[in-house]
Design a protein around this ligand. Structure first.
Ligand SMILES: Cc1ncc(COP(=O)(O)O)c(C=O)c1O
Length: 391
């Protein structure tokens, strides 16, 4: 299928002159890897998120791994999460030698279901952590999740890969559990190309993750050049990982962080226009218009009983009309590894299946122009009208 010349990509990062200058200045500084710029990025991020500790890492996947390690997740224990997520959330559980305990999502939000979590924890005494995922930046029902996990003393690690560190009424999603992780992957609300940030209020957890992030060395390598001890000296306390973020990436991140509120407002405007322009269509379910939604994704749900085409054909037709869309997510219980290893079946997670079969993510990013947004709306409406099921 050849793409029209005015194809609207699903995503384009918003990178400008300030980012270019920031990266150039690091390139010219003589210090490329983790250093002063990363420390500043961490401080600024912590301040914006309203949290005591922020640790820059090479990816959210690395960050999730550090969190599980710091939480003391044991081999052969279980970590509860939902299957409606990206591969990273569950693979880090396997890194620890633990097993994912997949718990189905709520049918409407596609986020981890608190009642199903409660049932799963009652059945499974060996759950050593709970990892809710705020899909698309729509926060999970954290009050309930924290209460259910807290009653058993089980730490909650938030996969906030899709969230911005914006403070909600009760704090930013990502800062509510014991630890939380944001992603700066190329398509995320702010980007460093690859990268992530771990946040926590707990000094002990922060110290552990800071050490494990860099080979298990008990002080930051760049401090070697500032401290009174000889600069060549360090001690390895644990066999740690290589998960630090470079100053090159952090320089990008600092500029993006300063722009993050503007980015959010731009996405919020697009979401508002989609919500308005698609509101009257009875074959669509739209996301809730919540103030604490980061609007990383704008996910529409098709009512397949009212349409003569399925989700995949709807996507093909949008692509033919020059509109790049995506699907978040293919549930992990459908993936060969998890099916094979844990004997999972489609019918074990009916809500995740339904979310998967009905969902399409529309383009939403600051560089998307008003006319492009109108084109997306018009294409969805045109397809719905054309393939509306006659009763
Ligand atoms: C829900 C979720 N968690 C974790 C990740 C991993 O993020 P990263 O690519 O920064 O490792 C992603 C990436 O897309 C994601 O969507």
């Amino acid at each position: 299928m050849s793409r029209p010349t005015d194809f609207i990509p699903f995503h384009r990062p918003s990178i400008g002159r300030l980012e270019e200058e920031a990266v150039l200045s690091v390139l010219r500084s003589g210090w490329l890897t983790t250093g002063e710029i990363t420390l500043r990025f961490e401080r600024e991020f912590a301040e914006l998120a309203g949290v005591e500790h922020a640790l820059a890492v090479s990816s959210a996947t690395a960050g999730l791994h550090l969190c599980l390690e710091a939480a003391g997740v044991r081999e052969n224990s279980k970590v509860a999460t939902s299957p409606y997520t990206f591969a990273a959330t569950a693979e880090v559980i396997r890194y620890m030698g633990a097993d994912p305990l997949f718990v189905d999502v709520e049918e409407d939000s596609c986020n981890l279901s608190p009642p199903l979590l409660e049932q799963a924890l009652a059945r499974e005494p060996s759950v050593s952590a709970v990892v809710p995922v705020h899909v698309g930046g729509l926060p999970c029902r954290m009050d309930e999740i924290l209460q259910i996990a807290g009653a058993r003393g089980t730490p909650v690690i938030e996969d906030a890969a899709h969230c911005l560190p914006r403070r909600g009424q009760k704090g930013a999603p990502g800062t509510l559990g014991a630890m939380g992780v944001y992603s700066f992957y190329a398509t995320k609300p702010i980007t460093t190309g690859e990268g992530g940030m771990v946040v926590t209020r707990h000094g002990e957890l922060a110290r552990r993750m800071s050490m494990m992030r860099l080979h298990g060395i008990d002080r930051d390598v760049w401090n070697r050049y500032a401290s009174s001890e000889p600069s060549w000296y360090y001690e390895v306390q644990e066999p740690g990982f290589k998960y630090n973020l470079t100053d090159l990436a952090s320089s990008l991140g600092r500029v993006q962080l300063r722009k993050s509120e503007g980015f959010y407002l731009a996405r919020r405007r697009i979401a508002g226009r989609y919500l308005e322009g698609l509101a009257d269509l009875d074959y669509l379910r739209l996301p809730p218009d919540q103030a604490d939604h980061s609007w990383h994704l704008f996910q529409i749900r098709l009512d397949l009983s009212r349409l003569e085409l399925d989700r995949d054909r709807f996507i093909d037709a949008l692509m033919e009309r020059g509109i790049g869309v995506s699907v978040h997510f293919i549930p992990l219980h459908l993936m060969p590894y998890y099916r094979r290893t844990y004997g999972l079946r489609e019918r074990d997670f009916p809500h995740s299946m339904r979310c998967y079969r009905e969902t399409i993510s529309l383009p939403i990013y600051p560089g998307l122009g008003e006319q492009q947004v109108e084109r997306v709306i018009a294409a969805v409406r045109e397809l719905g009208a054309r393939f509306y099921k006659k009763r």
